[in-house]
Design a protein around this ligand. Sequence first.
Ligand code: ATP
Length: 367
Amino acid sequence: KAGALPPSQLVELQLRGVSRAYGSYTALHPLDLTIRGGEFVALLGPSGCGKTTALNCLAGLLPLTAGEIVLDGRRVDTVPPEKRGFGMVFQNYALFPHLTVRGNVAFGLKMRGVAKPEIARRVDEVLRLVRLGEQANRHPGQLSGGQQQRVAIARAIVMEPPLVLMDEPLSNLDAALRLEMRSEIRRIHQEFGLTTVYVTHDQEEALSLADRLVVLEAGRVSQIGTPSELYEHPADPHVAAFMGYRNLLALDVVSARGTAAVARRGGLRVAGTVVGGARAAEGQEVTVAIRPEDVRVVGPGDQPVAEVVADVVEYHGRVLHVEAVTREGDRIHLRAHGQVRPGDALAVAVDADRALLFPKESAGSGG
Ligand code: ATP
């Protein structure tokens, strides 16, 4: 693009054993992570897992209890937040209400003493990029939530920061706007290539935006990987749950050969694949993880996994989302294409390569 801002100069950001405690409570256990220039990294996990703590440590808003943050060979964890020069976009945009959109975006550059013509050029360019050229002279009160959020993003990126930190930036927007802003953020990131760390509890948001995901659980890293690595090879049931494996069932191994095993409990009998090259022993307890879209009503030649009774049936266009109950009271989420009504008895099937078996000792704290 002609006149595009220079890409992020950051080459590598290292977190080395970064941890944070509040009193005797460790909110973030030592975190090691190397972020490459231009990368978009999402910190993903449930409420209270330590995402915001990690981000605030990066921002300098929270001192570290231990560890180092190194930006291109320079330690920055003792540098105050304003001197780090990172861009920040949070869920409450904190725009100046008395300034116009242009004034809000220009503010940081003015503070930095950048020459007026240069400010005008950069602000215009960024406003065009976030598609707010038309609204430049309005005040925040005259903008929609999505437009305000774009002002907040513009204000961060106009500073050409080495790193942009975003904490649930879309959580105050309604569903439709959230989707729209998600692709805006993706587009802006592609155009600018700014190194970004993005906090969210929404796995779809993380999967669709990030080059790499860091999944946190109770202050510890569960897994770090690309969206497809996590989606295809979740390391534990907790990550699996985040990646859409809604069915997590506690079963016992009845037979095992290599990484192929069969597990059952009561009327449930599932053939699956043991995760991580581990071996399962007969009698061992496993957590079986299966996606709803991989559970189907039996067809010809199918080996049923369970007999269930449909309980909740939701209409989603061509497929029905069905929540069914086994004899033992386990809930199974599945997809059906034909007619299913609450109370219908169904036999369901799962392909063996679609059921992941996690031996209990690697089940993590959540399992
Ligand atoms: P959320 O998505 O709800 O914002 P989070 O993953 O960002 O959650 P953090 O805000 O990082 O979680 O909090 C991690 C843990 O540390 C939580 O258990 C929280 O209760 C605790 N915590 C956070 N701030 C403090 C504080 N100032 N004093 C004591 N405990 C805190």
